[in-house]
Design a protein around this ligand. Structure first.
Ligand SMILES: Nc1ncnc2c1ncn2[C@@H]1O[C@H](COP(=O)(O)OP(=O)(O)OP(=O)(O)O)[C@@H](O)[C@H]1O
Length: 225
């Protein structure tokens, strides 16, 4: 059974989308600006109205309260949302220096005022905040969009470790085809509201049918922590 399953999902401009993401798998979605990648992730997170169904381990989103769904199927937006003055107030369970170091931030970052954080710092902190909740599915909206090369490599490594350690399903939106090739074996283009699977080398597959990956073994070897 796939960790995340989308059945005929439709939202504004998008769909129907059918997609399975196995536990421990990372699937990448690219597409032109305005093609609807963020809309699709927001619909899966049950933040926008949609038709069709998203399921987590066979359990329908529509059978769960929205906040409970989003704790398990977490959307990580570019810079996250911030409601208190200091970074640490957004980490009720804390965050170890190890985690902060792994994304290139000092231990003292929890004491920072949110207002002083750069966009790249907010992006990494928002990601850590989500990982601390231990979601089963990560919906990643350009998670390295504001980062330099070194920070991008760090975030890719942290997400890869999280995927392996938690057998998490990752749906990763990226504009960078090289990043897509690094992080995901199955990659899709969002075109005219439909997901089209890319073949090796980046060419879109002729088969625009169901994008199912449940028959593939999850890539969970070699957990690093
Ligand atoms: N609340 C809204 N009301 C009306 N149109 C919207 C709304 N939100 C998004 N759109 C439109 O839907 C389309 C898809 O937007 P979306 O943000 O999903 O694109 P995207 O593929 O993520 O783009 P980018 O790569 O630039 O981030 C855009 O044309 C956008 O203007």
């Amino acid at each position: 059974m796939p960790a995340l399953a989308l059945h005929q999902l439709r939202t504004r401009h998008i769909g129907p989308v059918d997609l399975d993401v196995a536990a421990g798998e990372c699937v990448c979605i690219r597409g032109a600006s305005g093609s609807g990648k963020s809309l699709l992730l927001r619909a899966i997170a049950d933040l926008d109205p949609h038709a069709g169904e998203a399921l987590l381990d066979g359990r329908a989103c529509s059978s769960m309260p929205g906040p409970a769904w989003r704790r398990r199927v977490a959307l990580v937006m570019a810079e996250g949302q911030w409601w208190a003055d200091t970074v640490g107030e957004h980490f009720p369970a804390g965050c170890t220096p190890t985690w902060l170091d792994r994304v290139g931030l000092p231990a003292g970052a929890l004491d920072w005022q949110v207002a002083r954080c750069s966009t790249g710092e907010r992006q990494r902190l928002a990601l850590l905040r989500t990982l601390m909740q231990g979601p089963a599915v990560l919906l990643l909206d350009e998670p390295t969009g504001n980062l330099d090369e070194d920070s991008t490599a760090r975030v890719e490594a942290v997400l890869d470790d999280y995927r392996r350690e938690h057998a998490a399903a990752l749906l990763w939106v990226s504009h960078d085809p090289r990043q897509a090739a690094r992080v995901a074996r199955r990659r899709f283009l969002l075109e005219d509201g439909k997901l089209v699977e890319e073949e090796e080398g980046g060419k879109a597959a002729a088969d625009k049918g169901k994008a199912a990956g449940a028959d593939r073994p999850p890539d969970t070897e070699g957990a690093a922590w």
